[in-house]
Design a protein around this ligand. Structure first.
Ligand SMILES: O=C(O)[C@H](O)CO
Length: 399
């Protein structure tokens, strides 16, 4: 019987044993079916082994590797990744040929602190998310090799910056790539809160929908309103740009100092914090959590707001005193609040804020679009690799 054998794909050739190589190099050959099966089996085993080696290398599974591969691996930077990050970032790490990394292979539960403290021992780099506290204890556990932290977040309140600075550890983070997603969600949350959408669907589903009523489920509209932004950065601007077509009358903002370049883009007026609270019909928190902004939204803050105003927070839960917010919402001091962030996270289902109809609470999803989370993971991976090579990162915190 005559069998026609095609040339194997080029990637298969270098590793085939010499005799098989020679045989296959002749385009057409006459062989017995048993010989053919044997050759095919040898080739399949060889390819499976090569594939196994390729998979094993980035996972730091050294068993079965050649000593050359082991030597190569020992020259790679050691990295720990605290979460199963989205595929684009993982692909960058795997294909970099620069790091051997271990990761906490779950996205459902954060790595337990004890495990994290073990895993970071001796690493050169750490890729983390916002659930990990990067503090003195962790940095001590990691030891002197650690030179780069890359966080897959724009927020960095989970990092002890002073400790990092003192140890000369560089920090990458992920601003800009999430601006659109966060702005979009903030607008959605604002409208959901001000037009009482959660209450409305609940009523429709549970039989509360009687006749059409003149003032039933009325809320507050954006047209002709004043929107206040606390902390004008890229995200604040992006929110205002999206709200402007709703016929907002005026944008005002407060910050540690005027930001004329950004303000110009949305024609926003710089005001004091006092004025911001008094004049805003909608007040959006867009600042970072720092010692200065911690619980800045407190009794005094809410007491100045209009009874018809809507408070929105997509920054960090820590900027709000939640007891004071509860008080303001339950006494009608303000009309409603939309929160994407709380303290703690997750907020226990027994928390009093969950009992209020005029409080909409989301589970920290502002940046949660597939595109954005992948972009964040890719940026975090690239920041890490650049930092480990002592090159400027794409987005690096200046400590
Ligand atoms: O800090 C961040 O990046 C957000 O809160 C989550 O995307």
């Amino acid at each position: 019987m005559v069998k026609r054998i095609q040339e194997p794909p080029p990637e298969a050739r270098p590793g085939l044993c010499a005799c098989l190589q020679q045989t296959l190099n002749s385009k057409v050959l006459h062989i017995h079916p048993l010989q053919f099966s044997l050759l095919l089996a040898m080739w399949s085993c060889h390819m499976a082994l090569r594939r196994l080696q390729r998979i094993a290398a980035p996972l730091n599974i050294a068993g079965g590797l050649t000593s050359k591969a082991q030597r190569e691996m020992s020259s790679l930077s050691r990295v720990y990744v605290t979460r199963q990050i989205p595929p684009e970032g993982l692909k960058i790490l795997k294909e970099s040929g620069q790091v051997q990394f271990e990761l906490w292979d779950s996205d459902d539960v954060p790595v337990p602190r004890k495990e994290l403290l073990q895993k970071v021992k001796g690493v050169d780099g750490l890729l983390c998310v916002l659930t990990e506290k990067i503090d003195k204890e962790l940095l001590d556990a990691a030891g002197p090799n650690l030179k780069v932290i890359s966080t897959m977040s724009v927020g960095f309140d989970h990092l002890s910056l002073e400790e990092l600075k003192n140890r000369g550890i560089r920090v990458g983070y992920t601003p800009e790539v999430l601006t659109d997603a966060v702005a979009e969600l903030t607008v959605a949350l604002l409208l959901t809160t001000s037009r009482r959408l959660i209450e409305a669907t609940h009523e429709a589903k549970t039989g509360g929908w009687g006749t059409w009523r003149t003032l039933w489920l009325c809320g507050y509209e954006l047209a002709n309103s004043t929107v206040g932004i606390f902390g004008l950065g890229r995200i604040g601007v992006a929110i205002a740009e999206r709200l402007a077509p709703f016929k907002v009358k005026k944008f005002i903002y407060t910050d540690v100092a005027p930001r004329p370049e950004l303000a110009k883009q949305i024609n926003a007026e710089y005001v004091s914090m006092d004025e911001l609270t008094k004049r805003s019909d909608f007040l959006a928190m867009c600042c970072a959590l720092t010692p200065e902004t911690k619980e800045i939204c407190n009794k005094n803050f809410f007491s100045k707001m209009k009874k018809t105003s809507i408070f929105i927070n997509t920054s960090r839960g820590g900027v709000v005193n939640q007891d004071d917010l509860y008080e303001a919402l339950s006494t009608g001091q303000i009309a409603g609040a939309g929160l994407d962030v709380t303290v703690p996270e997750p907020l226990p289902t027994s928390h009093p804020l969950f009992t209020l109809k005029n409080c909409v609470i989301l589970p920290h999803i502002a940046s949660a679009s597939y595109t954005t989370r992948n972009a964040m993971s890719a940026l975090a991976a690239n920041n890490l690799l650049l930092g480990l090579r002592d090159e400027p990162m794409i987005k690096e915190l200046q400590l």
